[in-house]
Design a binder for this molecule. Structure first.
Ligand code: FPP
Length: 236
């Protein structure tokens, strides 16, 4: 049995290359990638993991060819519709972070409905980052703060402390804990605008494995290795 892990985040990269290696269109990689989201989520729900946050569509992904963006939107819509039962059967709470106002009305409704119908579940919180980018999230949070024009202390240290918590509470992740372990599949070693604030003290793990091939054995190995690390949070 693995020790508990509060917040696991994953950058699911490599769908396109996986498909290419199979001589298939990129879409086939995304389809297999979506089915792996289900496998990994269900495994996390059965283990002691509090939060699983997955980078499903970034603010930069709109720059892909329209056919690929349209396919990803349809895939997401189908996923949320077909998987609703999985969330209920496994008592998984669904959440979305990111600016979902950009999505079509039907997709937006699916997201909001699933968020509300699963909001009472406490087994695992699975969060999909949808039209998400940290810079966009922080910018939206700053806008909220500016509009509320909070009264700040004249003492710069007091003011900074208060602003840090005001900002954390204005982020999409307001009531979520910081990320403990962030995994990126697909061989690249970068954060790509994902949870930059929330992963400030996260342990990072990178694997060459392409997302559709990433399985529970490798995930369990990475989590085990994570538990052997000493986290210092800037101290000694
Ligand atoms: C990166 O692969 C993958 C994404 C664009 C985001 C992840 C999307 C999925 C797992 C599928 C949809 C998810 C749900 C929840 C329905 P890439 O295309 O960048 O791969 P490449 O680097 O090999 O081109």
């Amino acid at each position: 049995m693995l020790p508990p892990l509060n917040h696991l985040a994953i950058i699911m990269d490599g769908n396109g290359r996986w498909a290419q290696l199979q001589g298939k269109p990129r879409q086939a990689g995304h389809k297999k990638g979506a089915s792996n989201v289900r496998t990994i989520t269900n495994w996390c729900a059965k283990h002691d993991i509090g939060y699983l946050t997955l980078y499903a569509f970034s603010t930069e992904n709109w720059n892909r060819p329209k056919t690929e963006v349209d396919f990803l939107m349809k895939l997401l819509e189908r996923y949320l519709r077909d998987e609703a039962k999985t969330y209920h059967d496994n008592a998984i709470r669904f959440r979305a972070i990111g600016d979902i106002d950009f999505f079509s009305q039907p997709l937006k409704h699916l997201i909001l409905d699933l968020e509300s119908s699963t909001s009472h579940y406490t087994n695992l919180t699975q969060t999909l980052a949808l039209n998400y980018g940290s810079r966009n999230e922080i910018t939206r949070a700053c806008r909220k703060i500016v509009l509320a024009s909070p009264k700040l202390s004249d003492d710069p240290q007091e003011a900074a402390k208060a602003l840090e918590s005001t900002l954390a509470n204005a982020l999409d992740t307001a009531d979520m804990p910081d990320v403990d372990l962030l995994i990126r599949t697909g061989g690249e070693q970068r954060l790509s605008n994902f949870l930059l604030w929330q992963a400030s003290y996260a342990e990072l793990a990178f694997t060459q494995t392409l997302w559709p091939d990433f399985n529970i054995n490798e995930l369990a190995r990475i989590i085990e290795e994570f538990h052997s690390r000493t986290r210092r949070f800037g101290g000694l």
